[in-house]
Design a protein around this ligand. Structure first.
Ligand SMILES: Cc1cc2nc3c(=O)[nH]c(=O)nc-3n(C[C@H](O)[C@H](O)[C@H](O)COP(=O)(O)O)c2cc1C
Length: 357
């Protein structure tokens, strides 16, 4: 029997189907505050059993990109309430992705002239868009001091409490794609000599401390985490494959002890089978698989039990009725690339629904 469209239940997570909308930055939050237009966008996509929001900053300093939302002010909490209410009305669950961009940032994007931070002061190669100056080289980050790390930790915990107040079913820590938490994991970005740098245990310390504190503050069933082992996104220089394998095996078994809701794997590039199997064996709760899936390959992952849930990004982005289009096997809208991060409705809430002619 097909699983994709059937209800899902594992641990405390109950969903109307096995389909997850992957987190996608869309840069529509003017002044970093979620708004009605965003509520419309997410409500349109609530065919998904679970929606993971776009990356959302726990603090002003983590707002590396233009117009991305935050979850540290009352105005942001109020704005997000519109989103969670609209999604819940349609029977879908929604987790907020907590993304601190770390060194993937430019000072012009961060309010108040603050400087981006990182595990160390090594800046990322490449450019980033700013509204005021166009494309710019990434700013050189300030290496976080011991006090700075404590502040980041507290910001994540407070942000999670805010997310639950805003009506979210949980939070997903963004430990993928080269942002702050993954910057700590990668020895080519993290050259610290304190207990947050050096060996695998030390480099994993911040992300595990944050996960544990959030689980204590809001409940372990309300915490998920996203990883992208072997990804080179955002200038993450590759490191020894065996060390990567051991890092994610260690993280998975530590997160298993905390009994958090899920690990969400973004497979860009593909994760070697040995590492994928090790994560699956070490973490007993839900595994979400994302990247490059089709209806057929997604169903296969569920059938062979390599994943409990499957996530789609671009499919949901360009098709508000993505779930019913998949069910009916009808053609999908293509992504309009120029409007991915542009403000306004165009290329956001105006993708057409399928109509049979
Ligand atoms: C426009 C866009 C924005 C994205 N923003 C995020 C993000 O904020 N956080 C994140 O973890 N991944 C982000 N991603 C990656 C997606 O979650 C997903 O992993 C990727 O689109 C691959 O899945 P797909 O092949 O189904 O599209 C983004 C992808 C796209 C296309």
């Amino acid at each position: 029997m097909e699983k994709l469209f059937a209800p899902f239940e594992k641990g405390n997570l109950k969903l109307k189907n096995h389909l997850v909308m992957a987190p996608m930055t869309r840069s529509r939050a003017i002044n970093n505050i979620p708004n009605k237009l965003m509520a419309t966008y997410y409500a349109q996509r609530s065919g998904a059993g679970l929606i993971v929001t776009e990356g959302t900053s726990p603090s002003p300093e983590g707002l590396g990109y233009p117009r991305i939302p935050g979850i540290y002010s009352e105005a942001q909490v109020e704005g997000w309430k519109k989103v969670t209410e609209a999604v819940h009305q349609n029977g879908s669950k929604i987790f907020l992705q907590l993304m601190h961009t770390g060194r993937i940032a430019h000072v012009a994007n961060i309010p108040g002239g603050m400087q981006p931070v990182g595990p160390s002061n090594l800046n990322a190669a490449g450019e980033i868009f700013t509204d005021s100056l166009g494309m710019q080289q990434h700013s050189i980050p300030l290496a976080l001091s011991a006090e700075g790390i404590k502040r980041v930790f507290t910001d994540f915990v407070n942000a999670s409490v805010n997310a639950i107040r805003a009506g979210f079913d949980g939070v997903e820590l963004h430990g993928a794609n080269g942002y702050l938490l993954e910057q700590f994991l990668n020895p080519n970005v993290n050259n610290r000599t304190d207990q947050y740098g050096g060996n695998i245990t030390n480099r994993s310390r911040l992300i595990l401390e944050i996960a544990e504190a959030i689980a204590t503050a809001v409940g372990s069933e309300k915490v998920g985490i996203r990883f992208s082992p072997f990804s080179k996104l955002s200038d993450q220089a590759p490191y020894d494959a065996e060390e990567v394998h051991q890092t994610y095996t260690y993280l998975s078994s530590e997160l298993n002890k905390m009994n958090i809701a899920y690990i969400h794997l973004s497979t860009n590039p593909d994760i070697p089978e040995k590492t994928y199997k090790s994560i699956r064996a070490s973490f007993l709760n839900t595994i979400i698989f994302c990247n490059g899936l089709t209806r057929e390959t997604a169903e296969q992952k569920l059938q062979d039990r390599s994943a409990d849930l499957v996530a789609f990004g671009r499919g949901f982005l360009a098709n508000p009725d993505f779930v019913s289009r998949m069910e009916k096997n009808v053609v999908l809208n293509a992504v309009d690339f120029p409007t991915l991060y542009a403000p306004g409705e165009q290329g956001y809430t105006d993708y057409p629904l399928y109509t049979s002619k």
